[in-house]
Design a protein around this ligand. Structure first.
Ligand code: ATP
Ligand code: MG
Length: 300
């Protein structure tokens, strides 16, 4: 495999009022061009931290990120991020939020009319054409998340970094967006790193699922290769024994980690975060409960 994105022995320590906190310890992951990698692991283990380091928003204390042979340690438009909580500018409409990113990337390369068409095209991909001139305060959480996805896609990034992009959406919207993401990736061959708590989503979308150990000093635990042929069809896969085997492997890992969750150095707030993930894992076979958990998590 030729390495496109190299997360090279990344460790990070945060300064906290109680001293240094080592969140990640030597996270090492080599990713090929066009590969779809999911990060899965308990709440608070360090998934968002890994993503933020790849995005250039946080600096590793040791190790670093190499993209196509070049070290990257600051943000760049070739690595677009869809954040865990949408990060739209509240004073701009959905259209203007996407426009800001498009201008940053395509200024001088696309005409005004081409930019308008491209912005509208990306908002249509996520079914937001009807509300493109509304501001974030006027649309729902799921809709804001969709605008965030449109904004990232509109930058035509080589690496798309997504932090629980579909977590706050209802099941039907989520499956539509998963399908469009698979289609988009099949056409554009973006490299994707996606964080998810949803085991089915991870298996359906990924080439590899990277399962992280619990923090502090979290690292890569196990890596599962998802060798299901593409295009993948969710309904057909529901009865596929291999799909169900892969799914069970991820669940097994999470449950084993869950049993090992108690670490003496956790602060009170981290214990609280972990307890939310406990319910999420145990709700895995009850989609409605899981959705409620997600909703309460987002509201928290
Ligand atoms: N700026 C910071 N300063 C101190 N500690 C931090 C900072 N950012 C993250 N942490 C700690 O690092 C650990 C990893 O956090 P991170 O947000 O990456 O977890 P996560 O796996 O994304 O969790 P979740 O699934 O809940 O989103 C947590 O213990 C968190 O409290
Ligand atoms: Mg996170």
């Amino acid at each position: 495999m030729s390495i496109h994105l190299d997360i090279d022995h990344v460790s990070i320590e945060f300064d906290t009022p109680k001293g240094k906190f080592k969140a990640l310890d030597s996270v090492n992951l080599k990713i090929a061009k066009g590969e779809f990698v999911s990060l899965i692991g308990h709440s608070g283990c360090g998934k968002s931290t890994v993503l933020n380091i790849v995005a250039g928003l946080l600096k590793a204390t040791q190790g670093g990120i190499v993209l196509d042979g070049k070290e990257v340690d600051e943000p760049g438009p070739e690595r677009a991020v869809v954040f865990q909580n949408h990060s739209l500018l509240p004073w701009l409409t959905s259209y203007q939020n996407v426009e800001l990113a498009v201008k940053q990337v395509f200024k001088g390369k696309k005409s005004k009319a081409e930019m308008k068409e491209w912005i509208e095209h990306n908002l249509k991909l996520v079914h937001m054409e009807h509300a493109m001139h509304k501001k974030p305060s006027e649309i729902s959480g799921g809709m804001k998340q969709r605008v965030g996805i449109a904004r990232a896609l509109a930058m035509q990034p080589t690496v798309l970094l997504m932090d629980e992009p579909f977590g706050a959406l209802d099941a039907l919207t989520r499956s539509h967006l998963q399908d469009s993401l698979m289609e988009i990736q099949n056409t554009l061959h973006n490299t994707v790193i996606m964080i998810t708590h949803d085991v089915d989503e991870a298996v359906l979308l990924s080439d590899r699922i990277v399962m992280m150990t619990n923090g502090p000093s979290a690292t890569v635990g196990e890596i599962l290769h998802v060798d299901l042929p593409r295009p993948r069809e969710r309904l057909a896969l529901a009865d596929d024994p291999h799909y169900n085997h892969l799914r069970a492997e991820v669940l097994r890992f999470l449950h084993e980690r869950h049993a090992k969750k108690d670490t003496p150095t956790r602060s009170g707030s981290e214990v609280k975060k972990a307890s939310v993930s406990e319910t999420k894992v145990s709700a895995e076979n009850h989609p409605t409960e899981q959705k409620d958990q997600t909703a309460s998590r987002v509201a928290a």
